[in-house]
Design a protein around this ligand. Structure first.
Ligand code: ADP
Ligand code: MG
Length: 630
């Protein structure tokens, strides 16, 4: 035996080790998914072989009669899953079954809390893959040979899932992979025909290859237990709702039912079939992996080619799931070719249209499903307003927001327009860090007084959204915090005294502030921050800074409410020091109400305390005065 052929012991990556421990604990009660994962891998491997056979002369014909064989031996306590797919060479097995290669997995692991129930839900959403075999098995053996390697280059991989695995070179006649699980004592109840049939039926019925079940030593002929005809290729009239739902389960592994689906066969000189699902929950990594789309699978004549890329499913619809199968795309298609293929462009347009139709329909029906959708995907959909110019208005019509008249995020732009006041021609919005900050913003005062609704935008992406959506159905969108407020009606010009007061405050605040103006937007608050019509909002500046970007220093403007008692008091005082303190306080408070940050918070606290002590002291003084005069 040569050096390379000697059995070798290797350690798992720490992340694998961590995942194994967590998974075995968290998924104990969900143990049956292991079979779904192993069958799904066998199916992927068969897909890959079929794909390579198209382009590799040496593999021609190797993809005939592909099937997945599940067999069990109750006496020996073993379960075997075998495929005749692409297999793995030594290097691949080390990469695939010893490390966690997928991006996002690390973040996923970090987001686990240790709370069994919560983690089980999270892990359930996450394709747990091969390692889930250790939920039920005390030992797992994988024997495999890559389809393009000679028989003597087979590999045996063995592990008890406790930190190490053994590798050995073996001779293997057939290409493909055989996985043998030695079941733990408490899971041997799964080793029966009806149990395995039930599990396969539940999770894997629509796998595109025949799944054959046999009991070792008892069955001469294995029994095919799934329905492997590609569902999406069938006529709609032949398919029941249960079929569609089952197919969704086997396609995605999602434990929840889809919200809805759309199935179309397009005929003519460019033929394709498309089955799209709207899921009810977001995969854990949807917001992390903006570029990875595993949702929609691209097939060419029933051969799986790849997960649909940006060129097929735009980013803002990355939550969609399903299958697209075309007879007319070139089989050697690559991501680069996707870009300039006219049929791909046509399919993409159809994906967008059909997806938005589904969402539209859901919006029309309202209710719980629509709420679920908004919670799970509302933020992602907003990206469409930014990215898809053509669909901007259509996507915008599907967004929902909180407003000054409705706390739950349920106000659409159309509903807003319908409720506009007589003579109102602007869609007003306010951006803030949180709903609380938004609701308490002094900016709302003038609008409340006039009964004008204001959309409260508190999602991180909202700043970008309004930067791209200046207009909707002929109505301008404007921030309530932007420079000039033209609300019509009773807006008196500030008088000379108010202007003088504003000038005095500006002089005291100096370089901290842009302009100080006496305005009419406030009724209850003494002052608020306003921004120039075209300037970046404070909120946006803050986010960009948090993201590590250089943002040019822009000075906020301060609007004062000259009718407020504090301002009246200030106008009357001739004590310059006191006036200075009040001015600073006014400005700091306006910044705070905006959710902004103070340059010197400690100075602010000290100032407030000094004023409080001053106010209390003054009360005492005036009491003394009283006593003296009595
Ligand atoms: P995923 O399937 O999401 O990639 P898994 O943990 O299920 O993650 O599998 C990891 C990798 O191991 C697969 O991507 C594949 O490369 C390889 N693999 C697993 N099972 C098989 C198999 N039966 N045949 C060939 N390769 C396999
Ligand atoms: Mg897998």
């Amino acid at each position: 035996m040569s050096e390379a052929n000697a059995p070798e012991t290797r350690r798992f990556d720490t992340e694998v080790h961590q995942l194994l421990k967590l998974m075995i604990n968290a998924l104990y009660s969900n143990r049956e998914i292991f079979l779904r994962e192993l069958i799904s891998n066998a199916s992927d491997a068969s897909d890959k072989l079929r794909f390579e056979a198209l382009t590799h002369e040496s593999l021609k014909g190797a993809d005939q009669d592909l099937a997945i064989d599940v067999s069990f031996d109750a006496e020996a306590g073993t379960l075997t899953v075998a495929d005749r797919g692409i297999g793995m060479n030594r290097e691949e097995i080390i990469d695939n079954l010893g490390t966690i290669a997928k991006s996002g997995t690390k973040q996923f692991l970090d987001s686990l809390s240790g709370d069994k129930q919560k983690d089980a839900a999270l892990i359930g959403q996450f394709g747990v893959g091969f390692y889930s075999a250790f939920i039920v098995a005390s030992e797992v053996t994988v024997e495999t040979r890559r389809a393009d390697e000679p028989a003597e280059n087979g590999v045996r991989w063995t592990s008890t899932g406790e930190g190490e695995y053994q590798l050995e070179t073996i001779e293997r006649a057939d290409p493909g992979t055989t996985i043998v699980l030695t079941m733990r004592e408490d899971h041997t109840d799964l080793l029966s025909k009806w149990q395995l049939k039930r599990i396969i039926h539940h999770y894997s019925n629509h796998i595109a290859f025949p799944i054959r079940l046999a009991e070792a030593g008892k069955d001469d002929e294995p029994e095919t237990v799934n329905d492997s005809k590609a569902l999406w290729a069938r006529a709609k009239s032949e398919i029941s709702d249960e079929d569609y739902q089952e197919f969704y389960t086997s396609l995605t592994g999602d434990s929840e039912k889809p919200l809805s689906w759309a199935h179309h066969h397009v005929e003519g000189n460019q033929r394709y079939s498309m089955l799209l699902y709207l899921p009810s929950q977001a995969p854990f990594d949807m917001l992390i992996n903006r570029d990875e789309r595993e949702g929609v699978k691209l097939y060419i004549q029933r051969v799986f080619i790849m997960d649909a890329a940006e060129q097929v499913v735009p980013r803002y619809l990355r939550f969609m799931r399903g299958v697209i199968d075309s007879a007319d795309l070139p089989l050697n298609i690559s991501r680069e070719i996707l870009q300039d293929n006219p049929l791909v462009r046509k399919i993409r347009a159809a994906v967008i249209k059909r997806s938005l139709d589904l969402i539209d329909k859901l919006a029309g029906e309202g209710g719980e499903a629509w709420d679920k959708f908004q919670k799970a995907f509302g933020s992602v959909l907003k990206e469409g307003v930014i990215e898809d110019f053509e669909q901007r208005e259509r996507v915008a019509s599907l967004l929902r927001f909180a407003s000054s008249k409705s706390e739950d995020e349920s106000v659409g732009l159309d509903a807003y327009i319908e409720r506009m006041q007589e003579g109102q021609d602007t869609i007003w919005f306010l951006t803030a860090d949180s709903l609380k900050v938004a609701q308490n913003s002094p900016h709302l005062e003038a609008f409340r007084k006039r009964g004008i609704e204001v959309l409260l935008l508190t999602d991180r992406i909202d700043e970008w959204l309004v930067a791209h959506l200046h207009e909707y159905k002929g109505k301008q969108l404007k921030s309530v915090a932007s420079g000039k407020l033209d609300l019509g009606g009773d807006q008196a010009e500030p008088d000379e005294a108010a202007k003088k007061l504003a000038g005095r405050i500006k002089k005291v605040l100096g370089e901290q502030v842009g302009n100080v103006v006496a305005g009419s937007r406030l009724t209850d608050s003494p002052g608020c921050i306003v921004s120039d019509e075209d300037a970046m909002s404070l909120q946006m500046q803050k986010m960009l800074r948090q993201a590590g970007q250089e943002v040019p220093e822009t000075k906020p403007d301060l609007e004062i409410n000259a009718g407020h008692p504090l301002l009246e008091l200030m106008a009357d005082t001739s004590d310059d020091k006191r006036f200075g303190e009040f001015s600073q306080l006014l400005f700091d408070q306006a910044l705070l109400a905006e959710g902004g940050e103070l340059a010197d918070p400690a100075a602010y606290v000290k100032r407030v305390n000094d004023l409080l002590v001053g106010a209390l002291g003054k009360d005492k003084d005036s009491d003394d005065d009283h006593a003296a005069s009595a």
